[in-house]
Design a protein around this ligand. Sequence first.
Ligand code: ATP
Length: 630
Amino acid sequence: MSSPALDWPPTVLTHVDALAVGERLAEFEITGLLGVGGFGLVYRAFDHSLHRPVAIKEYMPSALAGRTQGQQVATRSSADGLAYESGLRGFLSEARLLARFDHPSLVKVFRFWEANGTAYMVMPLYQGMTLKQARQHMRSPPPEAWLRVVMGAVLGALSVLHESQTLHRDVSPDNLFLQDLGPPVLLDLGAARRAVGEQTQKHTAILKVNYAPIEQYAEAEDMHPGPWSDLYSLAAVVYDCLCNKPAPPATFRIIKDRMLPLTEVARVVEAEFGLSYSEAFVDTVSQALAIRPEQRPASTEVMAQAMGLEVDVTRLSRFDWRAELGAVWVAPGTAPVDGAAAGSGEVTTVLPAAATQVAPLGSDLDFTWPLELSADARPEAVAAPLRQPAPETTVPLSEVSASRKAPGAAPSVLRPEGMRRWRLAVAWALVLPLLGALLGWWWQHQHDPDAGIITEMAEPPRPAVMAPVAGPIPSSSPSADAPRDEAPMAAGVSSPPAPGAGAAPSALSKPAGAGAAAAGELAARKSASPLSAAAPSPGTQPPSRGDKSAAAVRGPGREDNARHSEVTPPRSAAEPAATSTPSGAALCAEASVITRTMCMHQACARPENTATAACVDYRRGMQERANRLF
Ligand SMILES: Nc1ncnc2c1ncn2[C@@H]1O[C@H](COP(=O)(O)OP(=O)(O)OP(=O)(O)O)[C@@H](O)[C@H]1O
């Protein structure tokens, strides 16, 4: 999504399919283009009937359709017809839904209609910018008081949706609009995007993976979307604000959670910026970020209560987010803005004009974030941007940590040096065995008459006569121990609904308790969370929303597949049973450590050796090494 809000000086946004300034849509006259998304164009317009400026969103999934004649919109290929139509229905039902609600923090839809092969919705014209854009103009994370106001507004909007059994499913920094004056507003629900995603897997990711909880990928038996799903997204937005980097996708976290706990993030932010976050705030947001739905707050009310959040409506209506940010806000034009334009996906920190060094807060915060902070960390040893001149304040958090470990050392040098040495060591560790193998091959080449023949790396042909392997064939269905959710995700298949989910419970009811297998799995993965006390009680059936969005999530699915491939599969019935011929043991007995690999490779390529135990073991070993390396 791009918008001119960040441009300085402002530029005019254009798009090949956008309606021209001056064109009329019913009583509305287009006066400019406000935003361009993958699924819609947002215009500034003037309502000639009510004499007021408005914003109009036109359904335009650019990957599927474009402008043809006049204002007409048509699909690019007839094959896209179904997906386009599905998205159009999603767009219209979202507009219908939003038109029903009236909450100051939920985008209002004045009217909507279908025409020109597409559809339109008319909204108030908000002045301001999205949270994603605003974050790029903050020299530090926003303070807790500020985040509480924003969270209060979002929780209010979400509770209105949840009360009417509706989930937002798309809470993210680019969907949270900060008005110049007034309450922050939750923009679209992303219904068109999801509807298109249900029909096709050809187009961009349907979910915003850094904010979507695991249950939004595919409904597993014990993980249903509910109010807790939107709370995860909201917590991920807060996490993003503190780190200036989004949380890892839930699909990664469920395999191995490498997300730096928010408590650690808050500790570092306090040390570096002198901004403290209360325990109630950090604990509640952490809880909402739990991977498993049942470990999150069950409703907006529970979350607000847990963090002692009281929404002051009067304050919200006068909320001047820039003023409340104080020194944290850096007005566009007073500082160099890094190339990370809105919508580029990359997050940067903008520094005061005096700054010479631009380093995003937590730029290396992801999987290499320094996890340990010494207890005797002295905040004053760390440059604090709000109290000291800019250049010293732009040290990445990793370096801050390093400087604590070695007081007096130049922080900007410590970490990169250490990393370089590590990388060098790893490179040598990889290169040395390769050199050995090459040497071996050369030696073999000198002594083996067959060495000139290039043997293929593929599995050699199986012997014609093969004894069937006794015992059960490993099942391909995900076991309780296997990453249950990943299998259907990767395959694009949703799990069957929970048995007994006949009654239609409230969307605000708590999620079903984890099945015994799932609970066991979680317990095995994670030590018990102190937050689990607030987990919803088992047995209550959550609403089954029939979300099939997983079918369209391609990026994470691929990652999952890649991860699956790391697991060495159990020997299947199709694999040749190892025969323990005496020659198997003798294979390459005379070879040296260096030449053994090449010798085995060549020996095992010969049909008479293929099924020997030595060759089966050799192939398995090679496969495991390949899996480990790639
Ligand atoms: N009512 C409005 N007033 C002012 N600006 C708006 C309004 N609605 C949207 N915008 C601007 O247009 C941009 C795109 O809006 P929106 O997010 O609704 O579109 P989208 O196509 O659904 O995008 P995506 O699905 O990628 O979130 C917003 O980021 C915002 O800058």
